[in-house]
Design a protein around this ligand. Structure first.
Ligand code: CA
Length: 270
């Protein structure tokens, strides 16, 4: 007979204490409550964001103008910032520039502007991702989780810097690419196969793979890999991304992991 919801005995773990899952409730005292700063002048949207973020155990700070955002962020540095580009006083892009003089944690831009130029501008000055209004709350929350995970990964100890692209396991620490063999495949000889990447290919992968699911602007990639002054050389990226796809993607013509966002940049999709 199946055991029905019996009363917990002393010493039993609290229900749900072992695996709250990615959407599970944060347990007081055991999970860091991330503080999120919402910079937005539309009261309705601020309200909706505040309700949704609080329901998921985030601490919420708000600012209705760019100046207020800079002041609040300086007083209580948040774990991430959700920032509207169209603010009543200073442009959101300016706010990002000011923040990035000292602020390292993720910034997600929120905007009704849909031209690639605005997105590129925001990413180039240091935004981590971009969500276009109107947006689905679930998408924004997923992107927020992604940037926070990435940020914790970069600063957390004992981080395994590994990623899987199709059949390949990329070890960013050892700079090795080997087969991501399943147990059956491990018996086959091809499981031991390795792949050689050039130093430039490693630098590009390094940046993309540490931001799973996130868009990385072309200019940001070019500056990080080749240095200032190379922001217009998108042909470099096309060349090296094509080579990386030929090496790593199962079907380089239809890449599933190393994606191009036309006119904007690249994204590693796990
Ligand atoms: Ca606005």
């Amino acid at each position: 007979m199946a055991e029905l919801a019996s009363a917990p005995r002393p010493g039993d773990p609290r229900p749900g204490a072992e695996d709250p899952g990615p959407e599970g409730p944060a347990l007081e005292g055991t999970v860091h409550r991330s503080g999120i700063l919402i910079v937005e002048d539309e009261a309705e949207l601020v309200r909706a964001l505040r309700i949704n973020l609080r329901a998921r155990q985030y601490e919420v700070l708000t600012a209705g103008t760019g100046q207020e955002a800079l002041a609040v962020a300086a007083r209580h540095p948040p774990d991430a910032i959700i920032l509207d580009l169209g603010l009543p006083d200073i442009d959101g892009t300016e706010v990002i520039v000011e923040l990035r003089r000292w602020y390292r944690a993720p910034i997600i831009v929120l905007s009704g502007r849909t031209s690639p130029g605005d997105k590129i501008g925001a990413l180039d000055v240091g935004a981590d991702d971009y969500v276009t209004k109107p947006f689905a709350m679930a998408e924004l929350l997923a992107r927020l989780r992604a940037v926070l995970r990435r940020d914790e990964g970069e600063s957390g100890p004992g981080q395994r810097r590994e990623a899987v692209i199709g059949r390949w396991r990329v070890d960013l620490t050892a700079h090795q690419v080997g087969r991501a063999a399943t147990e059956e495949e491990a018996a086959e000889e091809e499981a031991g196969e390795t792949l050689r990447l050039t130093p430039t290919e490693w630098r590009i992968l390094e940046i993309l793979l540490q931001r799973p699911g996130q868009l990385v602007g072309s200019a940001q990639l070019l500056t990080s890999v080749w240095g200032p002054g190379f922001q217009q050389r998108t042909n470099y990226l096309r060349f090296h991304m094509a080579r990386l796809r030929r090496k790593l993607e199962d079907n380089p013509a239809r890449p599933r992991h190393l994606l191009t966002e036309p006119g904007m940049g690249y994204r590693y999709q796990p």
